[in-house]
Design a protein around this ligand. Structure first.
Ligand code: BES
Ligand code: MN
Ligand code: MN
Length: 457
């Protein structure tokens, strides 16, 4: 049982890591139009490897944005089909000067591999590919279970292309379970299944004042300043207790169950350690009356990501900018909907807009929140597989992040989703010096081998 596959994986660890480095060298930044060719290059790199290890029907599927990569092996009649998902796009690497080594030149330090995408999600996607390769080796070019692989190159920008594809072609993706490797462990050595994800709406607020930029000495006192107006709007979105002031925003929330709350209380969590080592701010903020774990996974939030515009160069320029922009997102929890949240938000922004300016809000992308059921046999298979490798019982946590396609898999394919991830809390996702703990890369491959094999049993 899997012995040969595990042996193959163990023997080929160095090779797997070297291949991952090659994958990481491709700057597949989905949000930057200048990198569209790199995104495609990563898709081709992945497709070539899927073909090489033995998958069939491997192809790129074009979408309105970046391509999907598909492959399958369906030669085990009567056995379950696992739909393996990952994303090969990455977030922009900036701020570049905070990286200790360049983001697209992967290096090993202290048992970690550092690069943009190391853990989110190229490294975790590669674990699945290497697990499949090892199983193909053990079973003489076959697999002990049916497999479809579907990867996307625009998860980090909302995943519109894959959502459309899944909605339109559910029959081409028939499966019994989906395996998603794109989340984190609660702490090192603690196998974790993610049983919820927040949804999100990512928006822009654009404020316009005068018809053109103006000299602030000549016109200051009469011309409205869009940045001041924007700051007033943003300041109005939350109160001093970090409560979101958008009317009705919290109305639809379904609170966690007593069982969930009790389980979260039992998780090993030291708030002060978390503040110091993970966040590194003088104090933690957030809604009163909710624990940190609740605040970062089961409560909605609102954040500002940047305010482009005006003069931001070195030195000074006395100008009243004609317009100001803010990028604002909100994380949503069950049973909020992205459409409902956006409608309430957009109306409230207009309501609190100060005089003298026009304000426009735009929805850039959105995804729905999900809670994932644990009463299906695949959860137990995942728990068993991870126990075999980590020698520990799995904890169930909700992830604070979003993976828009997970909800679509549940809704349109009607499959349970297993979110088995091997990132660590200090892996710096989306931040400078992103890393993946190399031991987790290897143990992740082993865990996936055992899980896939048990799905065919
Ligand atoms: N892999 C993350 C999401 C994640 C991270 C979930 C850790 C749970 C734990 C994913 O790549 C991500 O970053 N998603 C974006 C989605 C958004 C841009 C639509 C996010 O959450 O910001
Ligand atoms: Mn990811
Ligand atoms: Mn991400």
């Amino acid at each position: 049982m899997s012995k040969k596959a595990l042996e193959f994986a163990a023997k080929n660890q160095g090779k797997a890591l070297a291949e991952l480095k090659e994958f990481l060298r491709i700057p597949s930044i989905s949000t930057l139009p200048d990198h569209a060719e790199d995104v495609r290059k990563a898709a081709v790199f992945l497709a070539d490897e899927l073909k090489r290890i033995g998958l069939e029907n491997v192809r790129l599927i074009e979408t309105s944005g970046h391509p999907l990569v598909y492959g399958d092996w369906l030669g085990a009649p009567g056995k379950s089909t696992v739909l393996c998902y990952g994303h090969y796009d990455v977030q922009p690497p900036d701020p570049l000067d905070e990286w200790l080594s360049p983001p697209f030149e992967p290096v090993e330090r202290n048992g970690n591999i550092y690069a943009r995408g190391a853990v989110d999600d190229k490294g975790q996607l590669w674990m699945q590919v290497k697990a499949l390769e090892a199983l193909f080796q053990e079973y003489g070019g076959k697999l002990p279970v049916n497999v479809r692989v579907l990867c996307e190159g625009e998860e980090e920008v909302g995943g519109e292309g894959i959502a459309e594809y899944v909605q339109q072609h559910p029959d081409a993706l028939k499966a019994d379970v989906a395996l998603v490797c794109d989340t984190e462990m609660f702490e090192p050595e603690l196998p974790t299944l993610c049983v919820g994800l927040r949804g999100m709406i990512y928006t822009e607020i654009e404020v316009r004042g005068a018809k053109t930029d103006l000299h602030s000495g000549i016109y200051g006192g009469a011309a409205p300043n869009p940045f001041v107006a924007l700051a007033q709007i943003i300041a109005g979105l939350k109160d001093a207790d970090d409560h979101i002031r958008i009317p009705g925003f919290y109305d639809d929330i379904q609170p966690p169950t007593e069982d969930e709350l009790a389980a979260w209380k039992r998780l090993p969590f030291d708030e002060e350690h978390y503040r110091q080592t993970e966040v590194g701010s003088p104090e933690l903020i957030g809604e009163k009356g909710y624990s940190v774990i609740e605040r970062v996974s089961a409560r909605p939030t609102l954040d500002v990501h940047g305010m482009p515009g005006g003069f931001t160069g070195a030195g000074a320029k006395t100008v009243i900018p004609a317009k100001a922009l803010a990028k604002v997102s909100m994380r949503l929890v069950p049973n909020m909907t992205s459409a409902g949240a956006y409608e309430k938000y957009a109306a409230y922004v207009q309501q609190i807009a100060p005089r003298g300016v026009t304000v426009e809000t735009r929805l850039i992308h959105s995804g729905e929140p999900v809670v994932i059921g644990t009463d299906n046999p695949f959860v137990q298979k995942a728990v068993n597989a991870m126990h075999e490798i980590w020698q520990k019982d799995t904890v169930f946590v909700r992830g604070g992040g979003s993976i828009p396609i997970v909800g679509e898999f549940e809704r349109h394919l009607k499959v349970p989703v297993i979110l088995m991830g091997f990132g660590l809390p200090d892996d710096n996702l989306h931040a400078p010096n992103e890393k993946f703990h190399i031991a987790n890369f290897y143990r992740g491959i082993d865990s996936i081998i055992l899980f896939l094999e048990s799905c065919g049993a």
